[in-house]
Design a protein around this ligand. Structure first.
Ligand code: GRF
Length: 206
């Protein structure tokens, strides 16, 4: 006798993470995915880590976790649009539910942002809307701020703009340098980014 079982298997929600450097946020997300069993709990997995730099330290960290990695060298493309076209083709092969920018140091065109509307998030090392752009920690010190922090936000066409999804605040201490402050902020980045991603996967993105 043939027994048929009707099992509905929801397709896995793929996360694609884009990096350019050390990848500590990516590693924190990968650890959270492992520790909290996102595969079972959220039906989600980190499908790929993609860098625009071949020597990004994060690529090695991802490989150690068994995550597929690749790089697309932006300097090999004549225009920003040509680079993004290659990047989009690569990302879309994973049909991602979420594209996570984690220290991805390329300015993105409106076309790229529009292509991933609702699925593209970033982390920025300041309390947005303060200190958009680069050198956030030194600028916070120079401005005499007493607090600094990090922001997870949706990516919109304007740089470091878009809906704020989470923030973490740290004190600025009297002897802080940009380096010590960055390290303090980074510990909080590693907490809030995985939380936001889990929440989006559980509630909002497809
Ligand atoms: C982090 O400070 C993040 O907020 C910013 O770039 C840095 C990336 O660090 N966007 P890492 O590569 O995740 O260690």
């Amino acid at each position: 006798m043939l027994h048929e079982t009707n099992v509905i298997i929801a397709s896995m929600k793929n996360i694609v993470i884009l990096i350019s450097g050390g990848g500590s946020n990516m590693a924190a997300i990968a650890k959270a995915a492992q520790d909290n069993n996102w595969k079972q709990q959220l039906n989600a997995q980190i499908a790929a880590v993609i860098s625009n730099k071949a020597d990004a330290g994060g690529l090695l960290l991802a490989k150690e976790q068994g995550i597929p990695t690749s790089y697309i060298d932006h300097t090999q493309y004549p225009t920003r649009e040509a680079f993004e076209a290659a990047l989009i083709a690569h990302i879309d092969a994973y049909e991602p539910a979420l594209i996570v920018l984690a220290g991805f140091m390329r300015v993105l065109t409106p076309a790229f942002v529009g292509h991933y509307a609702g699925r593209l998030i970033n982390i920025h090392p300041s309390l947005l809307p303060a200190f958009q752009g680069l050198h956030t920690h030194q600028r916070a010190l120079d401005a005499g701020c007493r607090f600094a922090g990090a922001t997870v936000h949706r990516v919109s066409e304007a740089l470091d703009d878009g809906e704020i999804l989470a923030q973490a605040v740290v004190p600025i201490l009297p002897d802080d340098t940009a380096q010590t402050l960055a390290a303090r902020v980074l510990t909080q980045e590693h907490l809030i980014y995985p939380k936001v991603i889990a929440s989006l996967l559980a509630h909002k993105v497809k």
